[in-house]
Design a protein. Structure first.
Length: 280
């Protein structure tokens, strides 16, 4: 494939177009939209479940903010992966990520008694792209590609120059891989803020702040909270935030701090993750 990173490759472009067209149909044609949601949303643990919904749910979104966030992430991360993998392999990877994410959601909900469960969104597939970036950067790190300035830090990378001199430098691809891994955790909270915190009918805001020191990663996300419609209150949505807690438990046990505050007007998330052994 001709690599022009300033252009959108065909699979990413067509996925965005398909998602946008389906969203427009569900938003502008209420009757057709209800039918599409009834047959194509992933209705786990209900009489409306069909196997093909593991595919179709990836092309449905709850609102404009939801699809905007996912399509932006698809465009941002998908371009690089499609150029690296090729269009056919990228499409296969994207679909496997989406189906795999739905299966994980189902097994988690089944294990914790959270069925029935209604799922829509390309979020699982998009997060898989971020995971692909993370794994790919580990390969770059092992090959000792792309390095930074000289350092004496314990995780420094040793290189031999063309003159035979041994230098110790920052492993920049390792840093990028770890940032992608952190993104898999933080993106759930960011997506939730865009999905539920933005409205055209009322004043709204999203305030995100990330602070990283040698000892601690601090993430703060505060957003306005919009009143749900009566039919939305009856729906039992995804288990994204619950899954985020379980991921944090598996990775950091009781060493992290996650505080979520909410009222009728605001939703506030504060997460602290230790980065040094002294804090762990």
């Amino acid at each position: 494939m001709n690599r022009n990173y300033f252009q959108t490759p065909p699979v990413v472009l067509n996925l965005i177009i398909i998602n946008v067209l389906i969203f427009m149909a569900t938003a502008l044609l209420p009757k057709a939209g209800n039918t599409i949601m009834e047959y194509c949303a992933l209705s786990l643990g209900t009489p409306f479940f069909h196997v093909y919904q593991f595919i179709t749910y990836m092309f449905l979104h709850a609102n404009f903010e939801h699809i905007f966030f996912n399509m932006f992430a698809l465009w941002m991360f998908g371009r690089t992966l499609e150029y690296e993998l090729g269009s056919q392999r990228f499409l296969t990877f994207y679909m496997v990520c989406g189906v795999g994410a739905a299966l994980i959601q189902y097994l988690t909900a089944l294990a914790f008694g959270e069925l029935p469960l209604l799922l829509v969104s390309a979020s699982g597939a998009v997060m898989g792209l971020l995971l692909g970036q993370c794994i790919g950067r580990w390969a770059n790190f092992i090959n000792r590609e792309a390095f930074g300035a000289e350092t004496t830090l314990p995780w420094r990378m040793q290189l031999t120059t063309v003159t035979g001199q041994l230098v110790e430098v920052h492993p920049t691809f390792l840093y990028e891989s770890l940032w992608n891994l952190a993104g898999l955790l933080l993106i759930i909270f960011v997506e939730n803020a865009f999905k539920h915190g933005v409205s055209y009918a009322a004043p709204s805001f999203i305030d995100i702040k990330v602070t990283v020191t040698q000892e601690m990663l601090q993430f703060k996300c505060r957003n306005s909270r919009q009143e749900q419609k009566p039919d939305e209150k009856k729906k039992k949505g995804g288990v994204g935030l619950a899954n985020a807690r379980r991921r944090l438990d598996l990775l950091f046990h009781d060493k992290y701090s996650l505080e979520i505050k909410e009222d009728n007007k605001e939703y506030d998330v504060q997460l602290e993750i230790p980065l040094s052994k002294n804090n762990s």
